[in-house]
Design a protein around this ligand. Structure first.
Ligand code: FAQ
Length: 311
């Protein structure tokens, strides 16, 4: 019966076995995974917009080529993750519909505008940096297709993080104006980057169950702390100041203490009222509608191929 199946399932999880698409799984495990992986996919795809905004204005041909490659990588990540979600028995159309209707979220960070070239540096350094901390942990997630997708995604994100850090480093070696632009980008992106890890563990609706099922391997607060610790040192090396007066090394804990996130702002942004939420979704809807002819052409081609094969 269901209870025995669930006990056997949990025993497999406890033994660090991966769960594969055709294995029995509790319906709530399936639903929770569809929720998390699809939101992860949407984040990768919506995340192309703030950076895409600077492709035509990158300061050199070299920077432009690098940024183009990075944005294409994000698209690829979205595709691996949509494919992983589809193995759980939901269609791409349903996933896109949930994004457009607002039923599915995507990372809050992508609802902030990219105002200057330094923002592209800050996004690579901080946003990809935060994403890697979270995704390295997810390489050990219990669902096989998600775990395997994360391995490749992490390799690519490491390059993204370095290109962002390199932009910041170059700006910090430049004119006063360039240094000020880099600092301004950090001032705007630091706190939203900390929000990427989600609510405090005690407030996190899904954490307890996701940890038992090993969908998540480390908690929101643990991962956020890891990110803060690594970022402080990286900021110091190139002379940037993180905008938090409470940031201080705590000898006893062996970690940096830091200030409290503005949770009202977090809640506003995840519920649709951030600076760019409407623009991001409107852009995605328009791109999806513009691409309808490509999907129709592929379907027609597939139908013809099958017709020929059955003759
Ligand atoms: N933004 O109970 P929890 C990238 C929602 S990396 C928006 O703690 P959970 C790379 C949460 O979904 C970014 N919503 O939830 C890139 C839930 O809502 P729901 C993507 C957030 O799942 C870089 C509710 O709050 N990475 O894109 C956020 O246990 C540069 C309650 O929260 C991933 O998605 C937030 N920040 O933990 C691309 C990683 N935080 O579904 C382009 C995979 C929480 O009930 C350029 N995901 N919420 O309506 C995860 O690890 C987890 O889902 C968490 C949230 C940690 C994000």
């Amino acid at each position: 019966n269901e209870q025995q199946l669930e006990a056997a399932f949990q025993a497999r999880i406890d033994a660090e076995e991966k769960i594969e698409p055709k294995d029995w799984m509790p319906e709530r495990y399936r639903k929770n995974l569809i929720r998390q992986i699809s939101q992860h996919a949407h984040s990768e795809v919506i995340g192309m917009q703030p950076e895409g905004n600077w492709i035509t204005r990158a300061p050199t041909l070299h920077r432009k080529a690098v940024l183009l490659a990075k944005v294409q990588d994000e698209c690829g990540h979205g595709l691996y993750l949509y494919s992983a979600t589809e193995t759980l028995g939901i269609t791409r159309e349903e996933l896109i519909e949930a994004l457009h209707s607002g039923a599915a979220k995507y990372a809050s960070i992508f609802n902030y505008p990219s105002l200057t070239w330094a923002d592209i540096g800050a996004i690579g350094w901080l946003v990809d940096g935060a994403a890697i901390v979270n995704q390295v942990s997810l390489q050990r997630t219990s669902y096989g297709p998600y775990a395997r997708g994360m391995v490749r995604i992490c390799k690519e994100e490491s390059f993204h993080q370095r290109q962002g850090y390199h932009i910041m480093m170059t700006l910090m070696q430049g004119s006063d104006e360039q240094r000020a632009m880099a600092q301004d980008a950090v001032n705007r992106f630091w706190w939203p980057s900390l929000m990427m890890f989600g609510p405090h563990d005690a407030e996190s609706a899904h954490s307890a169950q996701s940890m038992t099922w090993k969908i998540k391997r480390q908690s929101n607060d643990e991962l956020r702390q890891k990110f803060v610790d690594q970022s402080v040192e990286q900021a110091e090396v190139i002379g940037l100041t993180l905008p938090d007066p409470d940031l201080k090394w705590n000898e006893e804990r062996g970690h940096y203490d830091f200030g409290e996130i503005d949770w009202d702002e977090f809640n506003r942004v995840i519920s649709g009222s951030g600076p760019c939420n409407r623009q991001r979704i409107a852009h995605h809807v328009a791109a999806h509608e513009d691409g309808a002819w490509v999907r129709e052409a592929i379907a027609a081609h597939e139908a013809k191929k099958q017709q020929r094969a059955s003759k």
